[in-house]
Design a protein around this ligand. Structure first.
Ligand code: MG
Length: 98
């Protein structure tokens, strides 16, 4: 997130209040779920999927600002989870080979 984006989102939280941002985050997650569901049913609207991913990303940035979560904290958590996913995928493959 750029400094300018940070300031815009921070102002938006202050203007609208953090409560509405939580509601919007839930709604945007629901919209992304719907876009994913449509894709799985063979009705992919790629532009819409991109838009919903972007919306959820913005909401995540807002939640990060509201709860003062440092991006490094999320990056560390993300890295751990990706490593864990790799371990699981390798483990599953090994079991399938047995
Ligand atoms: Mg949306």
């Amino acid at each position: 997130m750029t400094y300018r984006e940070h300031k815009i989102l921070e102002r938006s939280i202050n203007v609208n209040g953090p409560e509405i941002k939580h509601t919007v985050a839930m709604e945007e997650c629901a919209e992304l779920i719907q876009a994913i569901s449509k894709a799985l049913r063979g009705q992919l609207d790629r532009d819409n999927l991109v838009e919903e991913i972007a919306d959820v990303g913005i909401c995540i940035d807002m939640l990060r600002l509201i709860y003062k979560i440092n991006p490094d904290e999320i990056d560390r958590c993300r890295s751990k989870k990706i490593e864990r996913q790799q371990w699981r995928d390798l483990h599953v493959r090994r079991n399938e080979d047995d």
